[in-house]
Design a protein around this ligand. Structure first.
Ligand SMILES: NC(=O)c1ccc[n+]([C@@H]2O[C@H](COP(=O)([O-])OP(=O)(O)OC[C@H]3O[C@@H](n4cnc5c(N)ncnc54)[C@H](OP(=O)(O)O)[C@@H]3O)[C@@H](O)[C@H]2O)c1
Length: 267
């Protein structure tokens, strides 16, 4: 059964845009006090205004989740301003393509620093207090792209696969501690991350819809939430497909991936 969020303290990283923006807005509408985290202050201020005008509570914490120091500092400031943290959603991420010749190594390194280390820093910073209180919920937004390496997205898919496995270990390790763990793997969502995609995106969802589904799964304490289910089945089946079948189905997918970095897909 879904739990009430009234009075809960929630941290949402990547709240300046897309899925994170919607997650934060909906959490605040359900009565949670929300800490809005991202690097850009301006969109966070807009969201804070929206939330407070609707009668909710939100604070802003400008931070780069790829910096452990900044993440630890932001958690100290959230605890001081809003109180002990009940829910953390490590949502911040980048969707940069991986090129072939030359490999855009800085983007590959950034992808792992933000998508993987950013999640680990974020969840780890919340953990000691949650363990002491024997209560809390850690969530990471991974992706259905974590289940199969896709052309032109090698770094992105690998970073998300690592998130899944890290959270699997964490969830089992935290058994019986009162701290719950949820991995969320969405399919395609209309956000600035996907807006420049030229290929067909099956099952494309709005951020508003995706956030609603994610919050419902979190409320139920789902361990791993993959959605939409049709795309999830296709992706899981694709794990057993030989490369030539993948190539046939994906001939229009990231056809520009061999070109130098164009900042396409960059968050
Ligand atoms: N859109 C999809 O189809 C889709 C599908 C599956 C999974 N996802 C995942 O969902 C999450 C949200 O993606 P989205 O589609 O909503 O993308 P988005 O609209 O581009 O938002 C990405 C968010 O992450 C923040 N961010 C990026 N790097 C950061 C950093 N170093 N430190 C702090 N914040 C950072 C951005 O804020 P600033 O730029 O202000 O820092 C922004 O708020 C990502 O993890 C993504 O991989 C997306």
């Amino acid at each position: 059964m879904a739990r009430s969020r009234v009075g809960q303290v929630a941290v949402v990283t990547g709240a300046s845009s897309g899925i994170g923006w919607e997650l934060a807005r909906q959490l605040a509408a359900e009565g949670a006090k929300v800490a809005l985290v991202a690097r850009r202050a301006e969109p966070l201020q807009e969201l804070q205004k929206l939330i407070t005008e609707a009668g909710g509570t939100a604070m802003i914490a400008v931070a780069d989740v790829g910096s452990r120091e900044q993440v630890e500092a932001l958690f100290r400031s959230v605890a001081e301003q809003l109180g002990p943290i009940d829910l953390v959603i490590a949502n911040a991420g980048v969707g940069r393509p991986t090129f072939l010749d030359p490999v855009n190594m800085t983007d590959v390194e950034d992808t792992f620093r933000i998508n993987l280390m950013g999640v680990i820093y974020t969840l780890s910073a919340a953990l000691p207090t949650m363990l002491a209180r024997k209560s809390g919920h850690l969530v990471a937004i991974s992706s259905l792209a974590s289940y199969r390496g896709l052309p032109g997205e090698s770094a992105y898919c690998a970073s998300k696969a690592a998130v899944n496995v890290y959270l699997d270990g964490l969830r089992i390790h935290l058994h019986n501690t009162g701290v719950r763990v949820t991995t969320v793997c969405p399919g395609f969502v209309t956000t600035p991350m996907t807006v420049a995609n030229t290929f067909h995106m099956p099952g494309l969802m709005t951020a508003e819809y995706a956030a609603r589904k994610i919050l419902r799964a979190i409320g139920r304490g789902t361990k791993v939430y993959n959605f939409p289910w049709r795309l999830c089945m296709m992706v899981k089946l694709s794990r057993w497909m030989p490369d030539w079948v993948m190539l046939r189905f994906m001939d229009d997918y990231n056809t520009d991936a061999a070109k130098p970095h164009s900042a396409k897909n960059d968050a």
